[in-house]
Design a protein around this ligand. Structure first.
Ligand SMILES: [Zn+2]
Ligand SMILES: [Zn+2]
Length: 159
């Protein structure tokens, strides 16, 4: 599994594939938790992610509606004050907000999969009943912030 030239940037020991059981981070009102995270680790337990594309894939899995199947409200008008349902398009005036978890599995090249959980305040459309994320414009950046914090707290190198 270990290819030549993969050595720890800190102590120069060889890196081996390893798995981190769980980590999480927050950004804005969003909390992102990952389980079964694939990393490369040396004998001194310095870790880094398997590849830079990994963060983007994790981001897409929760923030791209076409992949996640999650509806997200559209915000229009001055300062995005008008919120429109991502499913039926009607305006959501008094959306009921509640915290909800969205869980998905990200398949990995190794054949294993990583679990991603996004916790966020969701709103419900009174017209069609669809539950959805209230703010989509800042979702990708906040998920990136949450993931970056999670990796930093766990001392996992991203580069
Ligand atoms: Zn090391
Ligand atoms: Zn609706």
């Amino acid at each position: 599994m270990t290819s030549a030239g993969k050595f720890c940037a800190l102590c120069k020991r060889p890196l081996q594939p390893a798995t981190v059981s769980r980590l999480s981070g927050e950004g804005g009102g969003y909390k992102v938790a990952l389980e079964s995270i694939p990393v490369m680790a040396c004998a001194a337990n310095h870790m880094r992610l398997i590849g830079p594309e990994f963060v983007g894939e994790a981001l897409d899995a929760v923030s791209k509606g076409e992949l996640s199947g999650v509806y997200a409200a559209n915000q229009q008008g001055f300062l995005g004050r008008r919120t429109h349902c991502g499913k039926c398009g009607f305006e959501i005036v008094n959306g009921i907000t509640k915290n909800r978890e969205f869980r998905t599995n990200l398949p990995l090249e190794s054949g294993a999969s990583m679990q991603i959980t996004l916790s966020a305040p969701w709103i419900r459309c009174a017209t069609c009943g669809a539950e959805q994320l209230p703010r989509v414009t800042d979702l990708p950046q906040e998920v990136i912030n949450a993931l970056t914090r999670a990796f930093r707290d766990a001392k996992i190198g991203i580069a």
